[in-house]
Design a protein around this ligand. Structure first.
Ligand code: KET
Length: 399
């Protein structure tokens, strides 16, 4: 019966991470998947989350199904974090927000919603983008195209080309944008560039779909969300997928949210209903535990302060590691290849290494980066950064 089923070639991120786990070499370094490790190379449990969890365990209650839209306290807290607690659209009740299975679930529910109600629309994602964007949107039946984004010659942004392409898209096209900490390149739009993009989206009557998986890892919780608020203020039709996987270090709990900014409260209620219907068709309703943890941390003044402080420490450690590897590569690779470690932001840097160099890094040095050359700099620490720099220098020299 199943003879015709082909083997799964694997996922460029998750399968590589699994290969890493099986690698017996003691000096192995995992810079593949987008996970933040601390300076001891461990996946942190954040203090605020530990406190919230201990309190929750002491008060274990019954576990019914959550509503299709998720836990109300979580939905409100997630919305406030993305848009700012005092945003006018929140006060007006015109943002439809629901709890999703991670940021990925938010993308899928949003994609299903768009496919159903904008059947003629196609989506444009950055070139390159997170590999799974194409997979999720094509899986929902959308045609996926790309707009120019990364300039491999400079390690920067092809902003003029990006604007030019977006400025010529058909009306009601969907444009996928990364709010901050672009995955995989680490290259973001500046505030001035966002301000230039917004009127183009408006003029062409496009739908902005913003993926914000790294809020707090770029500059700050507020600055990283500034583009979302700018788009909402301008009245651009806006959908936001957000995630607590990274900024709460709660990867396995699958905590995300999807928000659609509408023109009225009444419209938001209709949109929310259709998003709930998409949830029901996919997985019925979301899980409880992680959502309770996030909601309890965000709504408790002291836990929230502790979470924000620890997140700032994580962000600063990533910056420090960028500096360390930048220094470690001095005089060993050319400046274009070296400068990006400090110019790019967030968890990822596009190293500019070729596929063959990436393969040598893995096979000869047990250093894992993605085939595309993407390195998760959040996997570097004081003990491995020097070794990683020397390994990169060796494969670049072809030695
Ligand atoms: N959007 C982006 C841009 C992203 O990098 C990830 C995860 C997600 C959404 C998914 O978030 P989640 O809440 O886990 O569903 N990226 C890392 C892990 C992965 O590929 O699944 C990564 O790029 O390594």
């Amino acid at each position: 019966m199943f003879d015709h089923i082909p083997a799964y070639p694997g996922d460029p991120i998750l399968s590589l991470n699994e290969d890493f786990q099986l690698d017996p070499r003691p000096n192995k370094v995992n810079l593949s998947i987008g996970i933040y490790f601390d300076d001891a190379g461990k996946l942190p449990v954040m203090d605020a989350v530990r406190h919230a969890e201990t309190a929750l365990l002491g008060a274990i209650g019954p576990r019914s199904y959550l509503p299709m839209a998720g836990l109300p306290l979580y939905r409100d807290a997630a919305q406030a974090l993305v848009f700012g607690a005092d945003h006018e659209a929140r006060a007006a009740g015109r943002i439809a927000t629901l709890q999703t299975i991670g940021g990925s679930g938010a993308l899928k529910v949003g994609a299903d919603f768009l496919k159903r109600y904008f059947p003629a629309s196609q989506i444009w994602i950055s070139d390159p983008s997170w590999e799974n964007h194409r997979v999720v949107f094509e899986g929902a039946g959308l045609t996926v195209n790309t707009y120019p984004y990364y300039d491999e010659h400079t390690g920067g942004l092809r902003f003029a080309d990006m604007i030019d392409t977006i400025g010529r898209l058909p009306e009601q096209s969907i444009v996928l944008l990364h709010a901050c900490c672009h995955n995989p390149t680490g290259v973001d739009l500046s505030p001035a560039q966002w301000a230039e993009l917004v009127p183009v989206l408006q003029r062409r009557k496009l739908i902005a779909f913003v993926d914000m998986a790294y809020q707090g890892f770029g500059a700050s919780l507020e600055e990283d969300a500034a583009c979302v608020r700018l788009l909402a203020d301008a009245g651009v039709p806006l959908i936001v997928a957000s995630s607590f996987s990274k900024n709460f270090s709660l990867y396995g709990e699958r905590c995300g949210a999807l928000s659609v900014v509408c023109k009225s409260k009444e419209e938001a209620a209709r949109v929310l209903g259709q998003l709930m219907s998409a949830v029901r068709a996919n997985y019925s309703n979301p899980p409880t535990h992680g959502a309770r943890l996030v909601a309890n941390v965000l709504s408790d003044t002291s836990l929230r302060a502790s979470w924000e402080a620890e997140l700032a420490t994580m962000r600063e450690r990533i910056l420090a590691m960028r500096g360390t590897i930048h220094e470690g590569l001095a005089g060993r690779v050319d400046e274009v290849m070296r400068a990006r470690y400090v110019a790019q932001r967030g968890m990822f840097t596009y190293t500019g290494l070729s596929e063959a160099q990436v393969e040598r890094l893995r096979s000869e040095y047990a250093v894992y980066v993605l085939r595309s050359g993407r390195m998760c700099v959040a996997g570097l620490n004081a003990s491995n950064a020097g070794y990683v720099a020397s390994s990169i220098a060796a494969v670049v020299a072809g030695a």
